[in-house]
Design a protein around this ligand. Structure first.
Ligand code: ADP
Ligand code: MG
Length: 623
């Protein structure tokens, strides 16, 4: 007997009210779109049944071509065909220059920090290139699902910083898409594997794609994911394996380094094909077209290939180690290792990763599709199709966020690897009497001193009502949203004056920079502690000096004899001298000595203050 579904008016969503949503894996090399239909997440193919869309955009005179056709044309029209927009998105001209030797484009500097690529359709930014890819995928989804998308979830590498995330959102905006949220790729993969339905435990997601590497350590507790740590290298992937093979071919076939763009592109394509064949075969035959029109033939076997790529694969183990250290875990405490990204099809990758974690990696879901599938599941939940879904996805911020405080020190507000979204507030106060403005300097990094961290933004809180030093209560709130974007608010608590800034750094940090910043913080930890102690004492000294000078100016004449004043001033000079030195202990001693010397003066001032306050009033008032 067929069952009839009965819906209470306004209660249960009828099937046709199911909101259309899609998950998009916007990859460096390939992109995919997936959606949940009849309770199952699947990637959506194009008319030719292809699921992967090469993230390649070609600008011809008449049209913009995206995908397979563009990828093929890249060999003949490299300058007008952009194949690595994700490597450039949200990055500055300076960052791009360091990548420049690998990218065969004509870069032009725009009026902003954003680099542009000169094509025959004009100067194009990486954001616009990504928008073209998104547009094609969204169109595919709408055709396939038969309606407009209410929103999408787009995945980004866990290591993407603010600028790169913002740029990705901008690309979606240009493509006319509503972004429910950005999601870290490894987190999406864990969702695809349904690790949230498993018993509590720790999982690792190892994602080696075409251009980026990410490792995430996730902990599942009561069905909720917490990302304990993420690390990676956004300039390491299958492309590097291709280059290693291409270099080997160049040596074997005697092709010089001065080969033209076209030859290089073709070589890279052949190297890539050979690499992929070697994932399922032990040997591959090569037939290479030479620049002079000739031809080179040879063989590449898996052992030789493994030797070529071993150093690159081993390079991924350093971030693995770091993420484990950050989580306070040993490799064998990780239960499952999920493999994501086309490059994890390389048998040697599986071997080394399995060895490292002492576990057999999970490979059941196609490593190309797993991220898009997880994104689709999340998009479906966010579209409101799963009101009971309690799945919470927590990501982390990769570097500490903080503020500059007196003396060029950094006060960390949100430590690195804190799960996001997160809001943290801290109170600060004014340093001087009557101070009416406060400069807020937002920083990112692990070091103790401002000069060793990265400046993200500066703004001012103005209109603080005049108060004595230390009386104002300025609350500074750092908020990192689910997409990893930071906003900072400062408000004076008694008056309510407020200032806010959304932090959008003008260009992104490269992974190397992030790594250097982390390494530096560790190797300088002791040095930094010393520096911090010194600065703290110096600030304390400065505060004491200022307060005493102000007091002397106000009532020194009235309350002190010439001898007493000379005594105090002598002690004050001692502190001034000590505070110019680099000996924290000595400064501390000088502050204490001065406080002792001034004891009687402080007492006298207090008494004078009380007398003043009581002047003209009746004694009863104080009883
Ligand atoms: P991204 O996330 O960077 O877009 P993908 O996850 O799509 O990257 O992976 C693309 C990379 O995977 C390319 O470098 C491609 O050559 C590589 N790849 C795909 N299939 C195989 C295979 N069978 N063996 C080895 N590498 C492969
Ligand atoms: Mg990927």
């Amino acid at each position: 007997m067929a069952l009839l579904q009965i819906a209470e008016p306004g209660q249960t969503a009828a099937p046709h009210e199911h909101k259309l949503a899609a998950g998009i894996d916007l990859g460096t090399t390939n992109s995919l779109v997936a959606s949940v239909r009849s309770g199952e997440a699947r990637t959506l193919p194009d008319a030719q049944h292809r699921h992967l869309l090469p993230s390649v955009v070609r600008y011809t005179e008449q049209a913009i071509v995206v995908g397979h056709e563009a990828k093929v044309a890249a060999v003949d029209d490299p300058l007008n065909t952009v194949a690595s927009a994700k490597r450039l998105i949200g990055r500055g001209v300076e960052d791009v220059k360091t990548l420049g030797e690998r990218l065969p484009y004509d870069f032009v500097e725009g009026e902003s920090h954003m680099p542009r690529i000169r094509t025959r359709q004009g100067d194009i930014s990486p954001v616009e290139v990504s928008a073209e890819v998104l547009r094609v995928l969204a169109h595919r989804a709408e055709e396939s699902l038969g309606g407009d998308l209410s929103g999408v979830v787009i995945t980004v590498p866990a290591y993407f910083d603010d600028a790169q995330r913002q740029a990705t959102k901008d690309a979606a905006k240009i493509a006319g898409l509503h972004v429910f949220r950005l999601l870290n790729e490894p987190t999406a993969a864990a969702v695809a594997y349904g690790l949230d339905k498993k018993s509590d435990g720790v999982h690792a997601v190892y994602d080696l794609g075409g251009g980026t590497f990410d490792i995430s350590i996730l902990r599942l507790r009561k069905g909720v994911f917490e990302v304990l740590a993420t690390a990676g290298d956004s300039a390491l992937g299958g492309d590097d394996l291709d280059r290693a093979v291409a270099r080997w071919i160049m040596q074997q076939a005697d092709i010089g380094d001065d080969a033209d763009h076209k030859t290089l592109r073709r070589l890279l394509r052949d190297a890539c094909t050979a690499k992929e064949v070697l994932s399922s075969q032990n040997e591959v035959a090569l037939d290479i077209e030479l620049p002079n029109g000739g031809c080179w033939q040879g063989n590449l076997d898996r052992t030789t290939f493994n030797n070529l790529v071993d150093p690159l694969i081993k390079k991924t183990l350093a971030p693995c180690r770091r993420s484990l250290r950050d989580s306070g875990l040993r490799p064998d405490e990780v239960e499952d290792v999920v493999l994501v990204g086309g490059s994890t099809r390389v048998p040697r990758v599986r071997e080394l990763v399995g060895e490292f974690f002492a576990a057999t990696p999970l490979v059941d879901i196609d490593p190309d599709k797993v991220v898009a599938i997880g994104a689709a599941i999340q998009a479906d939940a966010l579209a409101g199709n799963k009101p009971d879904d309690e799945m919470l996805l927590l990501d982390v911020n990769p570097l500490s966020l903080g503020l500059e405080t007196m003396g060029g020190l950094v006060e960390k507000i949100i430590p690195r690897n804190t799960t996001i979204p997160v809001a943290r507030a801290q109170e600060f106060t004014t340093f001087k009497d009557g101070q009416s403005a406060m400069a807020i300097h937002v920083l990112q990094g692990e070091r103790e001193l401002v000069k060793d961290c990265r400046s993200l933004a500066r703004f001012e809180l103005r209109g603080i009502p005049p108060m004595v030093a230390g009386a104002a209560r300025i609350r500074v709130t750092f908020e990192v949203d689910a997409d990893g974007l930071l906003s900072v608010t400062a408000s004076e608590q008694s008056s309510g004056v407020k200032a806010q800034v959304e932090v959008k750094p003008s260009y992104g940090l490269t992974d190397r920079e992030i790594e250097t910043m982390l390494k530096d913080s560790m190797s300088h930890a002791h040095e930094d502690m010393e520096a911090r102690k010194l600065r703290e004492e110096q600030v304390e000294a400065e505060r004491t000096i200022e307060a005493l000078q102000a007091a002397l100016a106000e009532d020194g004449e009235r309350l002190l004899t010439a001898d007493e004043r000379a005594l105090i001033e002598h002690s004050l000079e001692g502190l001034v001298r000590a505070s110019r030195g680099r000996d924290a202990a000595m400064i501390k001693k000088a502050v204490e000595a001065l406080e002792q010397t001034c004891g009687f003066y402080v007492e006298r001032r207090m008494n004078a203050g009380i007398q003043q306050a009581m002047a003209g009033r009746k004694v009863e008032e104080f009883e």
